[in-house]
Design a protein around this ligand. Structure first.
Ligand SMILES: [Zn+2]
Length: 200
């Protein structure tokens, strides 16, 4: 039984088979998120690669016979490394998302209670109407990008300190390239101060 009233493509069908996939989703809305929240085309493509399940993980590399093993997660070395594990179920990834929310809350007093960490929100984005939602989706996609970069470099302990440096660098570039500046301020609102800082 199809969970949506259109023909799903193969990657959507693969997602829909997951045991945690327990809701009706409108995929179009998830495809819109990178388009509206990210200015950088490389990062947009990265998020589309997650949705299309075309990210290379150890499971995928073994299945494609590119490597013979190991199949286990680069970070925790406990479970198989597939997309949902690497970006959501891995305890090391989960810790980074929690630290990101704690940082947002402590630096900006932002109410993060609506930002529930579940596979849908983390893998595909938050479909909620709250202040700075485009900035929040951008931050979570940057976090996944950071996780993937660490995985490819075989860095087994991704730290929040390094994640924050990575995010700040990217957001600073966005601030320099967005014109007029009001568009940047409109997107980032009070979150901007926590990720750009007072030095520019
Ligand atoms: Zn893991």
């Amino acid at each position: 039984m199809s969970k949506i009233n259109k023909t799903s493509n193969s990657s959507e069908l693969n997602w829909e088979k997951k045991e945690w996939f327990d809701r009706v989703v409108t995929w179009e809305k998830y495809y819109e998120i990178p388009h509206i929240s990210i200015p950088e085309s490389e990062l947009k493509s990265f998020q589309y690669s997650i949705i299309h399940r075309s990210i290379y993980t150890n499971s995928k590399l073994v299945k494609a016979k590119i490597i013979s093993g190991p199949i286990r997660c680069t970070f925790c070395n406990i479970d198989d490394e597939n997309i949902e594990h690497l970006f959501f179920f891995c305890p090391k990834a989960r810790t980074l998302y929690m630290q990101l929310l704690d940082y947002i809350k402590s630096e900006t007093n932002f109410d993060t209670s609506a930002l529930v960490l579940n596979p849908f929100n983390i893998l595909f984005g938050f479909l909620i109407d709250i202040e700075c939602i485009n900035a929040i989706n951008h931050l979570f996609i940057l976090t996944k990008r950071f996780i993937y970069i660490c995985r490819c470099k075989n860095e087994t302990d991704p730290t929040f300190g390094n994640l924050l440096k990575f995010i700040k660098f990217k957001i600073k570039l966005e601030k320099m390239s967005v014109s007029p500046t009001e568009n940047f301020d409109k997107k980032w609102g009070r979150l901007g101060q926590a990720f750009v800082g007072g030095d520019n």
